[in-house]
Ligand binder design. Structure first.
Ligand code: NAD
Length: 256
């Protein structure tokens, strides 16, 4: 379905981003990966799916590096047809204790990076009259939790950016939508499981149960594979008139 298309997925060396990159690659899209840590393993996993893959290590908190990544993707594959704004970090602290430098980093990586990549991707998408921008927000783009001020502010911002981008392109073949996962067992969440286990003297399994029990009625983690399939739907012909939604995949979190 996505042969001859190119998808750039930010923060795709692990977790949800890698899951979405693989799902798009299975549909035939060439992939540009981004993110920190090991990039060789993820590149090999994508190449094994029979598509072309490239990697750019832009730090998503730095607009000049994002610009360089977008130029690299265009020079390597012609243009970016599908942009998945996924890179994100978390920091947990009460507002009055929140380190200013962590606030700035969360806003830069989780929100401003999506603005920069989107503004740079749009001209070529509009010229082609086809494009898909998928923003990985969170249930925290719709509701709040204590001690996550920067993350909740950034994710609510991402949902707002999604709606504006969708509206500004509503008469074109370019759509923009957000995905709002509940708990997904990635390194980002394992850190929160570890903190809970240490604070309450719980086993890893009990800490996971407690985390799920507080918020996610299904008592199941959403998986990167499931989120990848939702991204594929947004890219499919049936998704052409889905514009500006914030679609939660959260085991019932936001239904409560
Ligand atoms: P993860 O830690 O597994 O992956 C984050 C990715 O972003 C990694 O590839 C990392 O290298 C990259 N990254 C971090 N800082 C970066 C930077 N400055 N520049 C470039 N890349 C950077 O986390 P994840 O859980 O897969 O999170 C992916 C996205 O999903 C985030 O936006 C997160 O907020 C969102 N999300 C996660 C959950 C969850 O439960 N895990 C729930 C809702 C939303």
């Amino acid at each position: 379905m996505l042969a001859n298309k190119t998808a750039l997925v930010t923060g795709s060396t692990s977790g949800i981003g890698l899951g979405i990159a693989k799902a798009l690659a299975r549909q035939g899209a060439n992939i540009v990966l981004n993110g920190f840590g090991d990039s060789e393993g993820p590149q090999a996993e994508i190449a094994a799916l029979g598509v072309q893959v490239a990697y750019h290590g832009a730090d998503m908190s730095k607009p000049a590096e994002i610009e360089d990544m977008m130029k690299f993707a265009a020079s390597r594959f012609g243009q970016v047809d599908i942009l998945v704004n996924n890179a994100g970090i978390q920091h947990v602290a009460r507002v009055e204790d929140f380190p200013v430098e962590r606030w700035d980093a969360v806003i830069a990586i989780n929100l401003s990076s999506a603005f920069h990549a989107t503004r740079l991707a749009l001209p070529a998408m509009r010229a082609a009259n086809w494009g898909r921008i998928i923003n990985v927000a969170s249930v925290h783009g719709l509701v709040a939790s204590a001690e996550k001020s920067a993350y909740v502010a950034a994710k609510h911002g991402v949902v707002g950016l999604t709606k504006v981008t969708a509206l500004e392109n509503a008469t074109t073949g370019v759509t923009c939508n957000a995905i709002c996962p509940g708990w997904v067992l990635t390194p980002l969440v394992q850190k929160q499981v570890d903190a809970k286990a240490a604070a309450l003297g719980l086993s890893d399994e009990d800490a996971k149960k407690q985390l799920l029990g507080e918020k996610e009625p299904s008592m199941q983690f959403t998986t990167p594979e499931e989120l990848g399939e939702l991204a594929v739907f947004f890219c499919s012909p049936a998704g052409a008139n889905v514009r500006g939604v914030a679609w939660n995949m959260d085991g019932g979190w936001v239904a409560q």
